[in-house]
Design a protein around this ligand. Structure first.
Ligand SMILES: Cc1ncc(COP(=O)(O)O)c(C=O)c1O
Length: 479
């Protein structure tokens, strides 16, 4: 049924010449203001005190200090962001992969302004506006191209999307109590997700009431044997606890776990076994979604036919749980006051449309080009500075094969033998020098970059690596 015919008061308001002219004027002014932000720079005079003041207030209000002395001023220019001290930094982490068009993208600011003209700020499951339908429709339609996923429940955090996915899987398996997940996985910080995530620090003081069976992730050093070993492990769990598993959570590229990838051949036998033995396949794409050579990572590996339930978040602005018709839960299982803000729904939808239609995806798309450019710069950097790149070893004491790795808009570098302490020191020096990145992995640790794939140009890796070089020069290797 067509929904485009009705002419409402809201339509005539939004399209009125006064509103359009006002928005044009704001965007023009934004563009001229942000034109002065062209590279990283130190704080302005007096800026340091302003920042300190804000950080003290933040620590007081939140009861703990921040990891980075970061308080944004509210403007930027793509990959560059201005802080309240007037400094400008290259932002290569973007709220941990959220701002895919970087900072102050004029097109998205315009969408956010338009969304602010609506009657409400937050939309909910009882009462919502058309943008929340368009958003869910977009995700379902894109998913339907390569999978059986047809239905979309939107929510406002990755953890909540995952809670929804777990409930869908549990209901489908009549309350099966166990969960299968990969070693080193991260799935969020709700009480249940903190227990499933493979990080001891994330569940200190949390009573354990979730039964998790951990699977080894793909090990490139073992190749084919790693696949056989994983199949053997899964078979063991399924025989030990027949009919007791509600799902197997697949993170097809481990995010927090260290940007680890695995080939299709690793996942297929595991997913086949799940299908044969009635264990739902849940694909957690909260970190991978949107930033690879296909919008859904299962399409990169051609695994869509196996996926029963999927979660996504971060760069979509609004998070979501998608499921097949067969997994559509009974009424009452999924809901909540909030879907999210109107601006997040409209900006998320606009950003995803731009990515889909702008030549970003595919093996020769712009996102693949960024990974290539990253690897070229990173490999040259490693070759020029072997002193910063001693071999890093895994928990079994074997050297890891790739010091430069990642896929699509997930880029990883392993300096200082993968030492957490040295990498944390380097990250703080990088921040002070004008480059923001973050850590990932568990012994070895890595520096990770989540560049804004929508706006970053391959040539911008040049200045980024210049800051990296002058920062690493300041890391005390003897420490
Ligand atoms: C794979 C994965 N799942 C779930 C989450 C949790 O998302 P959120 O932090 O939005 O709750 C994350 C966050 O990093 C993630 O990487």
């Amino acid at each position: 049924m067509s929904t485009s015919q009705s002419v409402t008061v809201a339509d005539s308001f939004r399209r009125s010449p006064e509103v359009v002219a006002a928005l044009d004027a704001v965007i023009q002014r934004l563009e001229s203001s942000q034109a002065s932000i062209t590279e990283s720079r130190p704080p302005v005079d007096g800026g340091a005190e302003t920042l300190e003041g804000w950080l003290a207030r933040s620590a007081e209000a939140r009861g703990k200090g921040a990891l980075y002395p970061y308080v944004g001023s509210g403007i930027g220019n793509g990959l560059l962001v201005e802080l309240v001290d007037g400094s400008v930094k290259w932002d290569m982490i973007n709220g941990i992969g959220v701002h895919m068009f970087g900072h102050s993208d004029p097109g998205l600011v315009r969408v956010a302004l338009e969304s602010a003209l609506g009657d409400v700020v937050m939309e909910g499951n009882l009462q919502y506006n058309s943008e929340s339908i368009e958003f869910a429709e977009f995700l379902s339609q894109e998913a339907a191209k390569g999978s059986r996923l047809r239905n979309c429940f939107t929510t406002n955090s990755g953890a909540m999307a995952n809670e929804s996915a777990l409930k869908v899987c549990q209901q489908k398996t009549n309350g099966a109590p166990r969960v299968i997940a990969f070693q080193d996985c991260f799935v969020g910080r709700s009480t249940t997700m903190a227990q499933i995530g493979d990080s001891a620090a994330g569940r200190v003081g949390i009573p354990l009431n979730v039964h998790v069976d951990y699977m080894p992730f793909y090990d490139p050093a073992m190749g084919e044997r790693s696949i056989k070993m994983a199949v053997w492990h899964l078979d063991q769990y399924l025989k030990r606890y027949p009919g007791q598993h509600s799902c197997f959570i697949f993170e097809l590229v481990q995010g927090e776990g260290g940007f680890r990838t695995a080939p299709r051949e690793f996942f297929v036998p595991l997913m086949e076994m799940c299908r044969e033995r009635g264990v739902p396949v849940w694909d957690d794409e909260v970190q991978t979604f949107g930033r690879n050579t296909e919008m859904y990572y299962y399409d990169v590996l051609g695994l869509g036919e196996y996926v029963d339930v999927l979660t996504l978040g971060k760069m979509s602005q609004i998070c979501a749980c998608l499921y097949t018709d067969d997994f559509n839960p009974k009424p009452g299982l999924l809901s909540g006051t909030f879907i999210g803000s109107s601006s997040a729904l409209q900006v998320g939808h606009a950003a995803l449309r731009r990515l889909r239609d702008g030549g970003y995806y595919g093996p020769d798309g712009r996102i693949a080009g960024l990974q290539t450019a990253f690897r070229e710069h990173a490999n040259a950097f490693v070759a020029a500075h072997p002193e910063w790149f001693p071999p890093a070893v895994d928990t079994l004491g074997r050297p890891i094969t790739e010091l430069v790795a990642g896929t699509g808009g997930m880029c990883r570098l392993t300096p200082f033998g993968g030492s957490r302490e040295k990498i944390m020191k380097a990250l703080h020096i990088m921040f002070a020098e004008g480059l923001i990145a973050f850590i990932c992995g568990h012994d070895p640790y890595h520096i990770r970059f989540l560049p804004p794939v929508g706006v970053m140009k391959p040539a911008q890796f040049g200045p980024v690596f210049e800051v990296l070089e002058r920062s690493f020069e300041k890391v005390d290797l003897a420490d």
